[in-house]
Structures are given as C-alpha cells and as structure tokens.
Design a protein around this ligand. Sequence first.
Ligand code: 26Q
Length: 788
Amino acid sequence: MLNQEQMQSSITQALHGISPKEATPQQLHQALGEVVMAAISENWAKSTQTHEQTRRACYFSMEFLVGRAVYNNLLVLELLDTAKAAFEGLGVSLEALEDIEDAALGNGGLGRLAACFLDSGATLNLPLDGYGIRYKYGLFRQYFDENGCQKEVPDDWMRYGDAWSVRREEDAVLVQFKGQTVRAVPYDMPIIGCKTNHISTLRLWQSEPVQTFDFDLFNQQKYLEAAAETVYAEDISRVLYPNDDTWAGKQLRLKQQYFFCTASLQDILKKHKAAYGTLDNLAEKLAIQLNDTHPVISIPELVRLLMLPENGYTFEQAFGMVKQIFHYTNHTVMPEALEKWDCHLVEELLPEVYAIILRIEEAFMTEMYQKGVEKEQICRMQLVQGGMVHMAHMAVFVGAHTNGVAAIHTEILKDSVLKDWYAVYPERFQNKTNGITQRRWLALCNPELSALLTELLGSDDWKIHLDQLSALDHYAEDTAVMERFIQIKQTKKDQLAAYIARKEGISIDSHSIFDIQIKRLHEYKRQLLNAFSILYLYFGLKDGSIQAFTPTTFLFGAKAAPGYRRAKAIIRFIHEVAKLVTADPEVSDKIRVVFVSNYNVSYAEKLVAAADVSEQISTAGTEASGTGNMKLMLNGAVTLGTYDGANIEIVEEAGEENNFIFGAKVEELEQIWQTYDSRKIFAENEKIRRVVETLIDGTCDDGGTGDFRELYYALLDGASWHAPDHYYLLGDLESYVEAKLRCNTAYADRMAFAKMQWHNICHAGKFSSDRTIADYAEQIWNIDPVCL
Ligand code: 26Q
C-alpha cells in the first residue's frame, strides 16, 4: 500500500513546510491522517458505491464511541510498523500521538458496542454503515478535586481538527421543526476492514444554520441577533447527553434524535432513488437497526417521508414497508431508562410526526382487537399511554425483530419487561449476545500477547477468526508457554504502573494483583460493594482474622453522570477508602486503591491488558450484557462476578472453575426480595456493620455534605422510590468477600492462576463482535458480504 519512503515524503508534504521536529503532535497527526485518507480513498469510494447498489443495513445510533482512530487505522491497514519507521525517519516518534484525544461520542457500553459492530461489519465485507450525530463536545473529561469529587470539563475533541472525517457538503439536507429549519451536514469517517479492501462509512450529522447571518439585522447593527440563528441551529449537535441509563424528557434531546433520524432517512431515500429509480423496492433493499429506543422516532418519520407528495405512498403502503425495515435492540431492563415522550412536547415540535404516531397507534388497536387480545393487556401495551409516547412499545410493535444483548437479558425481556409483547409476537424476539472487536481489544492494546498467540498458531488469522484461539488451550499445560504468558502480563502491568505514575502521580506495585473495575458509575454496577469488600479485607487484615493475603491493587475507572448525586458520592467514598488504606502502614503494602481519572477508551486499552482480575459484580438481573467483561477476559483476566448479563456465558465458555462467581442469582432474588431486611443483616453481622458504619462514623469524610449519610440510609431504610438496599449489597457482601479471598489465594500459585487466565483467553472466541454481527446479518438483516 505505502512503503516507508512514500509515507515519509507524503507526511513531509502534508506538513506544508513545518519541520517534523518542530511540529506539534496534533500537526503530525493531521498530516499522517491526510496521507492515510488519501491512500484509502479509492477503496472507500468503491465500497460506498457497492453498498448503495445492494441490500444493505444501516445502524442508527445516538452514540458511536470510536475512541482514538489513528493507531487502529494503521493497525488494520498493516501500516503500524511502516508508520513507526517513517516517523523515526523524520526524527520523531509515533508515540507522540498518545496525546491525541479520543473521539468520545458516546457514554459507555451502548456507544462502544456500535463502534465494535461497524468494525466487524467492515471486516466481514458486509454492506453495513453507521448513522449518528457529530457532537461538537463528546463525553466530558473528568478530574477529581482535592476531596476526590468529580469535576467535569467540556471535551473539545476537534479543537485541533478532525483528521479522520470528510465533510460532504453535497449531501447536506434540511431538517424542519415547527418554527425552525436547520441544515444537516454529514461528515464521513472511514471504518476500515481488517485483511480486506472493504471500507464502511460512519456518517455523522452536524447541525448548521440554513443561512449563517441575517443581513437585515446585521445592517441594523443588531449583531448578536444577526448571529442568533447560528447559535440556535448549532445547539442541536453541540453536546452529547452525559447520562446513560436514566431518561430525562428534555426537548433538546428529542431534537437531537429527530435531527439525525430524518437526515439519515432522507439521505438513504435519496441514494436509493438514485440507484433504483423508485422506492417501491425499498423494503427489499434496506434494513435499519435501532440502537435502543433513541432513534425510534425514525419509524413515524419514515412513514411521513414516504407519504410526501413527491413519494406518493398511502399510509397503509408506507406502514407496510416500514414494518419490514426496522429492527430494535433493547439494552436495558431498568425502568428509569425507558424513553417516554410527553405527547405535547412531540406535537409541539413535530406536529406531522405526531399525527403519524397517532395513526400507528390506531393500527395497533385494530390489530390487537383482531387478534383477540384482552382489554387490560392492550391497555398495558399501548404506544400512547397516559399522555406519553412509549418508544419501546412503538419499536416492538413496528419493528420486524426485537433483540436482547445476552441470553439472560433476552429471557428477562420475554418474561417480564416485554412479556405482553412476547405473548402476542413470540416470533419477533431474538437474542444476540454482544461482542467486542479483537482488533482493538487484543491486537492493538496488547501487541505482546498478540505476538505470542500468532507465534503459537503459526498465523495471525485469529484477528479475523477469534475462534481459532481455542486450539491453544492445551498450552496451559506447557510450563514454558505459561511462563512467557506470565512475563507478558507482567510487562503490561509494568507499563500501566508507569502510565499511572505519570498521569495520576501515584506509584503502585506492579507485582501486586491488579484487580480492576472499569465501567460507568451506577448503583446497580455496585462499585460501592467493591469498596465495602476492600474495607472488609482492610479490617480483617488489621484484626488478624485474615492472614495469608497476596498484595492487591484495586483499580477503579468510572465517570458519573454530572447530575447523579449518589454516583458522585460513591466516587468520593472510594477516594476516602483509598486515602485510608494508603495512610495506614499496617496494610499499605497489602492493599492499594486507585481511582484513575478520565477513564475513556484509550485508558481502557491500557487497563484491560494489565488486569489479573475482572470485577463484574452487578446485581443479578440488572446488567443487560456488559462488554468490558469480554475485553478483560480476552486479555487474560479471570472474572470475579455475579450470574448476570454475559458473565453467565463467559463462565459457560471458559469454565466456572477458571473464574470466581458469587452472589444471589436472579431466580433466587425473586424469592429473597419477599422478605429481605438489610437492617437485620446489619444488626446481626458485626463485620458488615463495621464496614457500613464507615459511611457515618468519621472513618470517611464527605466534607459535611451529608452525601455519605444519604448512601447509608439508602442501604438501611431506602427512599420513596426504592426499597432499602435495592441492589442487594449487604446481601451479597459475604459471598463476595469469600470469592475475593478464594481468588486471592488462587493467585498465590502464580502458575495455576496463569492457567486459569489462559483458559479464559482461549475460550473468548464467542465474544468477538464478528460472531455477533454475522448473526445479525444472517438472522435479522438478511444481508450478504459484498465483493469489490
Ligand atoms: C436516554 C435518554 C436521554 C438521555 C440519555 C439516554 C441514554 C443514553 C445512553 C440511555 C441509555 C444509554 C446507554 C445505555 C447503555 O450503555 N447500556 C449498556 O449497553 C451495553 C451494550 O449492549 C450493555 O452491555 C450494558 O449492559 C448496558 O448497560
């Protein structure tokens, strides 16, 4: 493709006279981006054309958490070594690009999943493209003040340009709200397949004014007013909402949703007409996957567009097409996350769309009566209910398929959350267990382990066939190989320790166990349970009830939604625990606690590669799937977790004996809740009481805010919206600590522990997003690979 010399001279050219040694990392990045983008442009254009001329799938998502593009793109193009050499040839280092910011256009799991899916689609040669929003500000950057409180700063990720996007002025479309019209301008990012020439597209829409300036106002010297339209228009794609898993009925959020949905649909229809000269075969050529309910407004919008005079379909015709085109993925069972929009808000902003929603509701009622569904059940199922539009109901009713993201999650959908729907439309429900791309989450983040795997397999085909790792399972009995694995893990831990020393100013012992919990901060994910278990160990070590203990570093990485008080209180509490153990010479060589700041995709790449133990401790039945669990497994961490989400399938694949599973199961919890009394545990179990009391007895200081006391009462007395200890922390604490200690003891035999880790790596094949996407392609989208 490009050799070192060509790359070197192209970069020099792209620097436009700036000498490489004087160039900033951002300038080097920009230049390298230009060079690579030019090199792929032909394959990209060909792929785009092919997609437009075949049955294809579009992934609609409010979030694509792509992370840093530069290293990944070089990796899949097999240009990493070339680029390294070229940079060295110019007297600079490729590592300078470590300073390049992540594109954090997503919150967490759902957004990162969308990015992994596009990566897999490109690699599998599937005609699959992504559509979303080009937020000016992605997820906030996080730091902690001197008290361990989270502070947020805007993430101005394009400050120095955006080397991996192309603005496509010619594809801009208009978006109309009642009383406001804006222009949607697409920026395309290439999604480069691995070991193929195929390149897919992530098309992100940016909101701009139709007219930049009101010249009349300008001439009247009303300068602010003259520019007001610009400000209002740009508001729409200005910032990513930083909550995940809680819904708030904000008008701007609805505008964002409609903005990118209509822009994407208009774009798809335009391209379809150009390719086929008609929309009659639209349903034959198109599948749209809705990433949660966030893009569900697409459903009435597509009906509306098809009914426009220029397209000329009746409601019945349009609705018939739309029912075949859309498919819906559910990502959560938490009631507080379900999107319901106030009818007045929808009608006010989008009167024509609202009218279509009412017609869909009519069609729903007709169909239910036809099917003889009971009246009460129909009422529970209505799309419009209590003055709200229930987006999940619309998605299941109109969508051809509905899927959950792990086996247990799909079962929960079928027998509780969407039970009424499953009874009427059982054939619509499917499971698609999530996956992750092994390109970023092994090849890129762990080249040392990758090299070993490639050597043992005699090829690096595992990069596109992760199943092949199962052939390496027997090396668990090969001491020489295990010793090399242990050495590699040590290298990754050394590297992480060095990074943490530099970034956080904290030195950790890289020979201790690295026990890692990295994910968004949520009560249901139970970071507080982890903190409690650490305190339990701490007191046990101090009073001598725990004797043998391998030194462990407990690492946390998490962002809390800025308005989520309890989540922020938990962050502060963990900082307090960290202070407590660090300051105590009796234990500080046994336990260290570090909360890393600004956890993001690039940080995750370093953490997953270095982990020994993967904390996946959500209350059974709350985590739909989890995907971090898979990333850690693939890099040889054992799972310390509950029977929840994909953990269940992970231990099914890798063996319960190679992981540490604890806690109440979903079926058990149903019983337990009938009589659960956290106060009773608190009263009867002295050790648990000791731990929980640290919230209020002065051991940990919340700076007089009362935030820790609030956590304390939530556990013991509950609140108006939740029963006491709603996530069963006190109930699971003993069995959790027991599992943690078992894990700690197991590690003392480093060789035996390495074998467990190795088995996890070798059985991670199922969790490649290549498998997930091949299943979507075959069982939902009905699309085939393309040839260029
Ligand atoms: C909705 C309305 C208004 C504002 C924000 C939101 C919003 C945004 C993001 C609601 C939910 C999300 C994100 C949810 C999410 O990330 N869910 C996770 O999805 C992963 C991929 O399937 C799963 O692995 C996780 O278990 C699930 O929690």
